[in-house]
Write a protein that binds this ligand. Structure first.
Ligand code: FAD
Length: 462
């Protein structure tokens, strides 16, 4: 191992996975360089103080909610940096929209289908009970569930309203349509949520008062890492001496190890020498992409506090819109999600499209102002979060995060627990830091053993 390397570790990508790895490695005294493509940290989390109509406050364009009871890594960060949590308002109104029909709630399905609902609920819980949080899905004998979500619904054999309501599990987890994505990650998410379907719907509660940006900046400020912004990485090569990372601008840096903490959808944009293993290379090429548009909107004349669910298949991609802030006479701030599919109808993000989205869920409501970001076409995200197509995750899950030589991989898109969530990103970042540190320690020991052996061999015997 050369002693002239620039750093111990180069971390590529400054989302929660990358910054967790940076912070943990710096805590242990390693020299770390973080290369981030954007002009900010946070990646698919992005908070800023903003004005939307009559509302002014912290707006989260991406990842926002966490679950304090079980997301232990996130809670450790929240406590370490003195952040505070608050809850989105609990809804008084719980309407559903399926097959173009508005149901005011509170029951999600009509009474004539209530036994269908009970039977399907029992089957889903039985399937989720086969899974253990924290064990990769290729090690759990659940390949029979790695089928299109639509096929999974067919097997449940329920009435149309129940089917529409249960599809929400797919929309919520993947922001894709049931014929395109696997049933396995959405069902396994119930295992993550203490085997409770109700908790799975209810995760949109606790969020950081100060915003995710305040937390990730506090984590980065707590390090002595070199951080370079607006520095997208073009290539990564490794040999016996170490790793060389070259930016699109042509600068090269060397290190003993590197952590690839870019989104799965972006691995394809980096040239790896030697190439990534077949599982990783094929998976990034297959584009397991979620298409969410998350809007923050000031809306008048809608019920409040409210939380709706829609059958995206028959509502043009609309999924949900729920109360985030009550603005009194000025209405409320709703957070909404819809599917921004490239090949199917989408509302789009101009005023008329967002207004149509709001009217779909709340006929008669008035859209005053809004904010939205298109994640799937964002060059350095490539996807809102991961949405696995059928047949991949039950085959490759554990191998997507296997280290390759001096490279370690960390992103929520390959997380073993809380796949696709900020918690999963932090968990994978921490694991990559442990693995990289372990490898550097092992190599340091080998170097010192070799040096000792050669000095013993050349020593003049008395
Ligand atoms: C609309 C939306 C809502 C969500 N809601 C929630 C939620 O409520 N709760 C939750 O837990 N999760 C939520 N998520 C998911 C969550 O935000 C992500 O799972 C998590 O933030 C991903 O973290 P990461 O570090 O793995 O990846 P990222 O945050 O994407 O970080 C990767 C970083 O790599 C950088 N990068 C990319 N390419 C390069 C390159 N070539 N060179 C250098 N840098 C590069 C990117 O700029 C980025 O900063 C949501 C996501 C979206 C989009």
């Amino acid at each position: 191992m050369s002693t002239n390397l620039d750093y111990d570790t180069i971390v590529i990508g400054g989302g929660f996975a990358g910054v967790s790895a940076v912070r943990d490695l710096c805590d242990q005294g390693y020299r770390v360089l973080l290369l981030e493509a954007r002009d900010r940290l946070g990646g698919r989390t992005w908070s800023e103080t903003k004005k939307i109509g009559d509302f002014e406050g912290v707006v989260e364009h991406g990842g926002q909610w966490l679950w304090p009871d079980r997301q232990v890594n996130m809670m450790a960060e929240v406590q370490r940096y003195g952040m505070t949590l608050q809850q989105s308002p609990f809804p008084d109104h719980y309407p559903t929209l399926s097959h173009g029909e508005h149901n005011p709630g509170p029951l999600p399905v009509p009474l004539e289908e209530i036994y269908d609902f009970e039977r399907a609920y029992f089957q889903i819980m039985t399937d989720a009970a086969r899974m253990t949080r924290g064990v990769p899905l290729d090690k759990q004998n659940v390949a029979d569930l790695d089928i299109p979500f639509s096929e999974y619904l067919d097997k449940l054999d329920v009435g149309p309203k129940t089917r529409a309501y249960l599809s929400f599990l797919c929309y919520n987890d993947t922001c894709r349509y049931p014929d395109e994505v696997s049933a396995l990650p959405p069902v396994s998410f119930i295992a993550n949520m203490d085997h409770s379907l109700i908790k799975t719907w209810g995760i949109f509660e606790d969020y950081l008062t100060e915003g995710t940006g305040a937390l990730i900046n506090a984590m980065a400020d707590d390090t002595d890492a070199d951080i370079r912004y607006e520095t997208p990485v073009a290539s990564v090569s490794q040999d016996a001496d170490g790793v060389t990372v070259t930016t699109r601008g042509g600068d090269s840096f060397t290190a003993k190890t590197a952590v690839v903490a870019t989104p799965l959808a972006c691995w394809n944009d980096i040239e790896f020498t030697p190439p990534l293993s077949a599982d990783k290379a094929e998976t990034t090429r297959e584009r397991h992409v979620a298409y969410p548009i998350k809007i923050w909107a000031q809306v008048k004349n809608a019920p409040k506090p409210v939380a709706s669910m829609a059958d995206a298949l028959t509502s043009n991609g609309a999924i949900t819109a729920f109360t985030q802030h009550d603005l009194g006479d000025d209405g409320q701030v709703l957070i909404g999600f819809f599917i921004d599919h490239p090949d199917r109808p989408s509302f789009g993000t101009d005023f008329a499209g967002v207004e149509q989205f709001i009217h779909t869920l709340y006929p008669g409501a008035e859209l005053v102002a809004y904010d939205a970001h298109r994640w799937a076409t964002d060059e350095f995200a490539g996807s809102g979060w991961v949405a696995y197509k059928p047949g991949r995750i039950s085959k490759s899950h554990s191998r997507l995060s296997t280290p390759e030589g001096k490279l370690f991989f960390a992103t929520s898109d390959i997380a073993i627990a809380f796949l696709g969530w900020i918690e999963g990103a932090v968990d994978m970042g921490k694991k990559a830091a442990v693995d990289a540190a372990r490898q550097m320690t092992r190599e340091a020991i080998e170097v010192s053993v070799r040096a000792h052996a050669s000095s013993a061999a050349t020593a003049v015997p008395r």
